[in-house]
Design a protein around this ligand. Structure first.
Ligand SMILES: [Ca+2]
Length: 231
């Protein structure tokens, strides 16, 4: 009787060791993705929708209402999240105090341009709201043109991304694939070693020979650099 019990336990152990592993997921720790290169894109469930400007964009903070490149919303697999009666929202980066130019007219193109209504600016001009008038299906593309920025003076030099809420719940779902950069031109100040005007030619901070003299035009052009000599 004792031998029978032991044999039973051994069989149970051997059966457990030979059980096939669960091969449905082959990703690495915490990466959420398959370890093999896939021939088509895939997500971990849910909708696949992207927002992409035509490229990275750079603006001086002094620019007055500069135009933004066209934005493309690609509903690769909307999974029933962009439907008739819903609203998509394109918003300024949350940490930037600037807004869209609410006087700029927006137009649509792309094969889903007939599935949306007239856009309007909301949230004090920080958001462009796009009403959805027909269900989006896989591979639908909506291109939004005509947007302009306003009040870039309220933004510190930084790099941020436009945001998209495509399922209409008021929360951001995607960032723009390309960046917006706002830069400042440093005009120089007392004792900082730089001219107060933007230079038209590159220069560097070098130790100066005692008695050096610079001649700079009012337009900021370096006219002469050299030792101070007697007239
Ligand atoms: Ca959302």
């Amino acid at each position: 009787m004792k031998e029978i019990i032991v044999s039973s336990l051994m069989c149970s152990f051997l059966w457990a060791a030979a059980a096939p592993e669960d091969d449905r997921f082959k990703g690495g720790s915490y990466d959420g993705w398959d370890r093999d290169t896939m021939s088509v894109s895939a997500g971990l469930g849910g909708a696949l929708v992207s927002l992409a400007s035509a490229g990275n964009q750079v603006f001086d903070f002094t620019a007055a209402n500069p135009a933004l490149a066209a934005l493309t919303i690609w509903a690769e697999d909307p999974a029933g999240t962009i439907t008739n009666g819903g609203t998509m929202r394109i918003s300024m980066p949350a940490t930037w105090a600037c807004r869209f130019d609410t006087g700029a007219a927006v137009s649509y193109s792309g094969d889903a341009s007939g599935k949306v209504g007239a856009a309007s600016y909301t949230d004090g001009g920080r958001t462009l709201s796009i009403p959805v008038t027909a269900d989006f299906v896989a591979d639908d593309t909506l291109i939004v043109s005509g947007l302009r920025l306003a009040e870039l003076r309220l933004v510190s030099a930084d790099i941020r991304y436009l945001e998209l809420d495509f399922n209409g719940d008021g929360a951001r779902d995607k960032y723009d694939a390309y960046s917006l950069t706002v830069r400042t031109l440093w005009p120089g100040g007392s004792y900082d070693g730089w001219d107060q005007y933007a230079l038209t030619e590159s220069t560097s901070l070098q130790a100066l020979a005692r008695g050096s003299i610079f001649m700079i035009s009012q337009a900021g052009r370096l006219l002469r650099q050299g030792p101070l000599t007697s007239p």
